[in-house]
Write a protein of this length. Structure first.
Length: 236
């Protein structure tokens, strides 16, 4: 069962929207999908219809805190079925307390992976909407995931910031999760997949004529190296 983390330390690049839309699309194909809101702001929960996230009885923060304290709570107790028929484990301010508790816990990077184990037999996909950070919660998501999707806006600062998260992913691959696969995409209109040269990584470029191809590709090259493909950039 694929566990996919949608992650980028930059905010406003479409992580939550991508998670919700991907879940809805997979459900349309008959897949059983569980969404995990790993952001204390709870944006995914609110977007899915849980407007008062502080009244949720059991959140992902509660599960992680209980796991850290050696009194694990069943994952099923935190799953809420939304009005659209999607299952979600909500995020709220309890994630802050859980992160503090995790800081001193043994195997702290694997708490989320252990918490999600019961979902392996129930769901076809688990989608994790990460907070805009590269802290301990993001590391937990990358440790638990089989793949990570990185939404990237077509602007210099957004693409330039890829260096940080790619370095973090490389460290996670070396130390915790060597099979983690990476997918990057430009979170804008008119795009398609192309290969970057890394067998574990793809980049989504703007289509020709979109007016943003060269602007996106130019700052990416020094970040990810010379193997980047130029297919799909604007031609003059």
């Amino acid at each position: 069962m694929p566990i996919i983390a949608i992650s980028n330390q930059k905010g406003g690049v479409g992580k939550t929207t991508s998670t919700l839309n991907l879940a809805a699309a997979l459900q349309e194909f008959g897949k059983r999908v569980l969404m995990i809101d790993l952001d204390p702001q709870g944006s995914l929960s609110v977007a899915a219809g849980l407007l008062d996230i502080d009244r949720v009885q059991v959140s992902i923060g509660d599960l992680l805190l209980a796991y850290t304290e050696g009194r694990p709570v069943g994952l099923h107790e935190a799953i809420v079925r939304t009005s659209a028929g999607l299952d979600i484990v909500s995020g709220n301010a309890m994630l802050g307390a859980a992160e503090l508790a995790l800081a001193g816990a043994p195997a702290r990077e694997s708490a989320l992976a252990g918490t999600l184990l019961p979902a392996l037999e129930t769901y076809d996909y688990v989608l994790i909407d990460c907070l805009p950070s590269l802290g301990l919660m993001a590391i937990n998501a990358l440790r638990a995931a089989s793949g990570v999707v990185i939404p990237v806006g077509a602007e210099f600062l957004a693409v330039h910031g890829l260096g940080q998260i790619l370095e973090t992913i490389d460290a996670v691959r070396r130390q915790l999760n060597p099979n983690l696969k990476v997918r990057l995409f430009h979170s804008g209109p008119g795009t398609f997949w192309t290969n970057m040269g890394d067998k574990n990584m793809n980049l989504l470029f703007p289509m020709p004529g979109s007016g943003t191809g060269e602007k996106v590709v130019a700052p990416v090259k020094p970040v990810v190296g010379p193997n980047i493909a130029d297919k799909g950039t604007d031609k003059k």
